[in-house]
Design a binder for this molecule. Structure first.
Ligand SMILES: Cc1cc2nc3c(=O)[nH]c(=O)nc-3n(C[C@H](O)[C@H](O)[C@H](O)COP(=O)(O)O)c2cc1C
Length: 201
């Protein structure tokens, strides 16, 4: 199976199939190998799988109720505006594992201190949307490789979702990914011609 070409958005899942926390954790760890700006790993994943959490999410979804009610989980990808809190952990671990020289670690930690002071909310969110988009794509492909299907969901109230899920303001919502065992295959969708979308300069 070519997971890249066979992935389609699936909106109707087997409501009786619950992906175990262990399996979901494995999928999310693999997905999190996605690249991120300066490897600062700004994305956070909130796994909405209990009936209570799904009911909270329902209050801010625009449509998309079939995915909500039948999926095994809805995963909110959000960007952490305090991502720089993890700078030392990230670069120290790389140094301790022997994959980053000491002087690079020190330079990077220092650079991150400067970025932390300079980066506006706008820059943090812009980078967060890019990091989160890349994670979302990788999550959808990793899920497919494990025999599960997904649907990217942007149809939700971005201003209200943190309040509905009791998440602090530091998290900027990027995208929701529903995941589950497909009940119905996703439908075919067309793509523009390569001439419409691409120019070789
Ligand atoms: C940013 C983004 C937001 C989307 N939001 C929704 C959504 O709210 N509901 C939905 O059913 N599909 C949503 N989709 C899925 C698209 O409709 C779908 O990817 C597109 O039609 C192509 O179909 P395919 O994924 O099967 O290849 C979204 C996709 C993206 C990338």
């Amino acid at each position: 199976m070519n997971i890249f070409l066979e992935r389609k958005s699936v909106r109707n899942y087997d409501p009786n199939h619950k992906i175990s926390i262990e399996k979901l954790t494995e999928i999310l760890k693999e997905a999190y190998r996605a690249p991120s700006s300066m490897n600062m790993q700004s994305s956070r994943m909130f796994v909405i799988e209990s009936d209570e959490a799904k009911a909270q999410l329902k209050t801010v979804l625009y449509g998309n109720e079939l995915q909500l009610s039948t999926s095994s989980a809805m995963i909110l990808i959000a960007s952490d505006r305090q991502k720089f809190d993890y700078a030392e952990k990230i670069y120290n671990t790389a140094y301790e594992k022997g994959i980053m020289p000491l002087e690079v670690r020190d330079r990077q930690i220092n650079n991150m201190k400067i970025h932390r002071e300079k980066f506006t909310t706008e820059i943090l969110d812009r980078d967060g949307y890019i990091d989160g988009g890349l994670l979302a794509m990788q999550l959808m492909l990793v899920a497919k490789s494990h025999g599960y299907d997904t649907c990217a969901i942007g149809g939700f109230n971005r201003k209200e979702i943190n309040k509905a899920l009791n998440l602090p303001d530091r998290y900027t919502p990027v995208l929701i990914i529903s995941i589950g065992k497909a009940m119905e295959p996703g439908f075919d969708s067309i793509r523009l011609d390569i001439e419409d979308t691409t120019k070789f300069l």
